[in-house]
Write a protein that binds this ligand. Structure first.
Ligand code: CAA
Length: 257
């Protein structure tokens, strides 16, 4: 278990995934994606899950990219298969029905930045460093960076980062909207408790439904997306959460979801 490339701990409905290849700065290789996929098999079926946090082992790196040693001798077909494996697994993580948050604790480069981009949001320690340095290796981002980065921070800033390969610090990442918050390493380690407290008081079905509305809606034109929101809003009135939440407000008590 200690040597597994991904560790999973679940406490109070919060799953904490730790990418565990610290000697290679948690670089993403095929074995790591296979392990992550098997953990996702487990998480996808958990009805009482409230959130998923993903971080890197150690204080130096979240993920320093896809594994360059594993990639160097690949043929185009092999590179295609590796990217497909990564993209499929990362997409499954992204589409878990609960908030998925990247806790970026150091280097967050290449495939690491692409993994963080597939999370619903990212929070970073003040020593975090971000970048898409693939062009320095003679390739382009292959785990979704050319598509998710411009969607998150806009095409001009995304093209700046992707075509120059320059690295940015946590504060610049905050300014351009790549991360939601910057904090100390200690605060980052405590983020699971902070988030657990925030989510504990919410309707779990409402949180899942809100995530579904945002994700499904982003792939649609505005009118279709607004119609989707209306359907999901109305569906909320079919369950017990809405009656309990609104009754609790009117009766001036804490809801019991
Ligand atoms: N793949 C494989 N191994 C890696 C790695 C990576 N992406 N990043 C770091 N490592 C390994 C190093 O080879 C080194 O191993 P050894 O101790 O066996 O030599 C170990 O991790 C520690 O790294 P450094 O000695 O380089 O540490 P440093 O503090 O001097 O530098 C760093 C840190 C700036 C992050 C530097 O390691 C670095 O530049 N890493 C590569 C970053 C990168 O180019 N990422 C993009 C990869 S390509 C990609 O991700 C493609 C894609 O989109 C799919």
């Amino acid at each position: 278990m200690q040597d597994a490339p991904v560790h999973l701990v679940i406490e109070s409905g919060i799953a904490r995934l730790t990418l565990n290849r610290p000697k290679a700065l948690n670089a993403l290789n095929s074995a790591l994606f296979t392990e992550l996929a098997s953990i996702l098999d487990d998480l996808e079926g958990q009805a009482d899950l409230r959130a998923v946090l993903i971080t890197g082992e150690g204080e130096k790196a979240f993920v320093a990219g896809a594994d360059i040693a594993e990639m160097r001798d690949k043929t185009p077909d092999e590179a295609h298969a590796f990217a497909r494996q990564a993209l499929t697994t990362i997409k499954r993580l992204e589409r878990l029905p609960v908030p998925v948050v990247a806790l970026v604790n150091g280097f967050c480069l290449g495939g690491g930045c692409e993994l963080a981009l597939a999370c619903d949001w990212a929070v970073a320690s003040d020593n975090a460093v971000f970048g898409q340095p693939e062009v320095l290796l003679g390739v382009i981002p292959g785990f979704g960076g050319t598509q998710r980065l411009p969607r998150r921070i806009g095409p001009a800033m995304a093209l700046d980062l992707i075509t120059t390969g320059r690295k940015i610090d946590a504060h610049e990442a905050l300014r351009i909207g790549l991360v939601n918050q910057v904090m100390s390493q200690t605060e980052l380690e405590q983020y699971a408790e902070t988030l657990a407290k925030q989510l504990k008081v919410n309707g779990t079905k409402a949180v899942r439904s809100a995530k579904q509305a945002v994700h499904d809606g982003m792939d649609q034109d505005l009118d279709s997306a607004l119609a989707l929101e209306t359907s999901l809003f109305a569906l909320g009135f079919a369950g017990s959460e809405q009656k309990e939440g609104m009754s609790a407000f009117l009766e001036k008590r804490t809801p019991n979801f």
